[in-house]
Design a protein around this ligand. Structure first.
Ligand code: ADP
Ligand code: MG
Length: 390
């Protein structure tokens, strides 16, 4: 309830118009301070060292990196005070937010702004103050690096120079942290985008697979059907790599082991009756440029084994093994079937599968050997080291 005859709202507005705005409350200044995201963070050695240096060089018991908010001052680093913040009304620094550079008050009791401050008037109060403004590149004062003593005194030219230089270092540390934070935000966005692209690539490849399946319905010619089925299978292998890529922890890298394990159920479901597929794969992270060729080679080896190793009505194992041996990655696909035709020659073969295998091996500088294994066929690929895991 307001007292009759008084208009408190108008009185308050008039009082506000008479007062100079408090620089501590300047919203732009506060926004600049908050942009560093430093308030209420833990102590850090880099800042602790800077206040210790300031105290030693100026030979004072108290030194503080003081960040001035509107209702409190908060200390990123502090020596000799034993607290991390105080209310704004006892702040000494707030009076000097509009004074660029260094402010020295040799005797605080003789300064009209400070002589009533309880930190000054207390027994053993703070009688000497020197503070260098912490200023952003666009001129906002966010606080001070200040040194204090319990007796009146002064700083010599070297001490003044050092205090300014240390204040610059405080700002440099704050800027560095902010830049790193911005960079890591950018990196996160970039990684998200790559995952998104891999996701879309996978979806588009699946779409192509579906179109091929639809097309198969209207084709009767066995050779054309076989070619389309092979193409569909190759496209599904590439799609599977992109599926792993957007799920992976490490952007741009695929764990071939996880990839092969994930591929196994699909391949098994297309295996003829009696043929069992097993995958033994150690974790092997590789970049995308390696993953796609390897995936396609596995597809060629396994589809061949499923197609040719065992005759109608018979069956047996098809084993896929992935491991690292002496810094190289080794992939083996082995069956126990009828073995390769007598005239088989990998290098001279004109068949599409073998030409694809040789061209992919060339892309990743891999050695390929396809030979009889008694019983059956063994396809062996080895290539250079995997990417180190993150
Ligand atoms: N695991 C295997 N067992 C028996 N024969 C195989 C095996 N892998 C490949 N071959 C033989 O090698 C030939 C060439 O294979 P490939 O180039 O993949 O051609 P395609 O699969 O189109 O016939 C096959 O036609 C087949 O005779
Ligand atoms: Mg083939």
């Amino acid at each position: 309830m307001s007292a009759p005859g008084r208009d408190f709202a108008t009185e308050k507005r008039k009082a506000q118009m008479d007062e100079k705005p408090d620089p501590a409350d300047d919203p732009e200044r506060l926004a600049a301070l908050h942009d560093y995201q430093v308030l209420d963070t833990p102590r850090e050695a880099a800042f602790d060292t800077l206040v210790e240096l300031a105290a030693r060089i100026c030979a004072v018991p108290v030194a503080v990196i003081n960040l001035v908010e509107s209702r409190r001052q908060w200390f990123k680093a502090e020596l000799g005070l034993g607290v991390r913040e105080t209310p704004i009304d006892v702040s000494i620094c707030r009076h000097f937010l509009l004074r660029p550079g260094l402010t020295v008050v040799p005797d605080t009791l003789r300064d009209e702004r400070l002589c009533c401050n309880p930190l000054v008037t207390a027994d053993d109060g703070l009688r000497f103050y020197a503070g260098c403004l912490l200023q952003t590149a666009d001129g906002h004062a966010i606080g001070t690096l200040c040194v204090l003593d319990r007796r009146p005194r002064d700083l010599d030219a070297d001490q003044r120079f050092a205090l300014r230089a240390l204040a610059d270092q405080v700002m440099a540390q704050l800027e560095l942290r902010r830049t790193l934070r911005q960079k890591s935000r950018l990196l996160e966005r970039h990684e998200l985008l790559i995952r998104e692209v891999n996701h879309r690539t996978k979806n588009n490849l699946q779409l192509i697979s579906s179109i091929i399946s639809l097309q198969l319905r209207s084709i009767d010619d066995p050779a054309a059907r076989a070619a389309l089925l092979d193409t569909g299978s190759r496209i599904r292998s590439i799609a599977a790599v992109h599926e792993q890529l957007y799920r992976a922890d490490q952007v741009g890298a695929v764990d071939l082991g996880t990839f092969l394990q994930a591929l196994a159920p699909g391949l098994q479901s297309s295996a003829p009756h009696g043929v069992t597929l097993t995958v033994e794969a150690a974790p092997v992270p590789v970049p995308l440029d390696t993953a796609v060729p390897v995936a396609l080679m596995v597809n060629e080896f396994v589809t061949n084994a499923l197609k040719y190793a065992y005759g109608e009505g018979t069956g047996g194992p098809v084993r896929v093994v992935l491991r690292t041996v002496g810094g190289r990655v080794e992939l083996v696909v082995r069956d126990h079937g009828r073995g390769l035709p007598a005239d088989f020659d990998l290098r001279r073969s004109r068949s599409l599968g073998m030409r694809i295998i040789l061209s992919l091996a060339g892309q990743i500088d891999a050695a390929v050997v396809i030979g009889n294994a008694d019983p059956g066929t063994e396809c062996r690929v080895s290539f250079g080291a995997a990417v180190p895991s993150a």
